[in-house]
Design a protein around this ligand. Structure first.
Ligand SMILES: [Zn+2]
Length: 177
């Protein structure tokens, strides 16, 4: 579990690209397949999830309830040593995750960064499958989340004991960043 005492905020460092991505995601303005279908960019028979799970792709499916992409949240909960039941709604799950920080503003920021890292990696993997026809497994995606989170923490906090997150399961390559 994350310990708030090891956090000391340095400065806010979120790139414009990441901010724009988060803004579009929260407003449901990302070009998911349901959005493209609504705008008549995609034909009706191309609305299925890129993972091949058989469900239509929309924001909540892609980022929360897809059997493949959504399973990364279970991995994250395992690393954090918490148990959490998904509401299958992106915004509700974001509020639930950030609520783990209690009343600490820094811890709220830590969990928000974690959430942003996960959704960024899911979106990147989804696009990789569509545009590059390449796939990564869920474990590789999890490693990318760790790297991204550690990078964000190093930019945003003076002190953060990386071993306090992910249940000490941070790989050497991450710690050497
Ligand atoms: Zn799916």
């Amino acid at each position: 579990m994350v310990k708030g005492s090891s956090v000391c905020k340095k400065k806010k460092t979120v790139s414009l690209k990441v901010s724009l991505f988060a803004w579009r995601l929260l407003l449901n303005r990302l070009p998911t397949r349901d959005d493209l279908l609504r705008r008549h960019v995609l034909p009706i028979d191309e609305q299925l999830c890129t993972e091949g799970c058989g469900n239509n792709e929309d924001r909540n499916h892609l980022f929360v309830s897809c059997d493949f992409f959504g399973s990364i949240w279970f991995m994250i909960c395992g690393w954090l040593q918490i148990s959490s039941a998904s509401s299958r709604n992106l915004i509700a799950d974001l509020n639930q995750l950030c609520g783990l920080g209690g009343f600490s503003k820094n811890m709220w920021l830590v969990f928000k960064m974690l959430w942003l890292a996960v959704v960024s990696i899911i979106w990147k993997e989804r696009n990789r499958r569509i545009f590059q026809h390449k796939e990564e497994n869920i474990l590789s995606m999890g490693e990318h989340v760790k790297l991204l989170v550690c990078w964000c923490f190093k930019l945003n906090f003076v002190l953060f004991d990386l071993t306090t997150i992910f249940g000490g399961k941070i790989s050497c390559s991450v710690l050497l960043l």
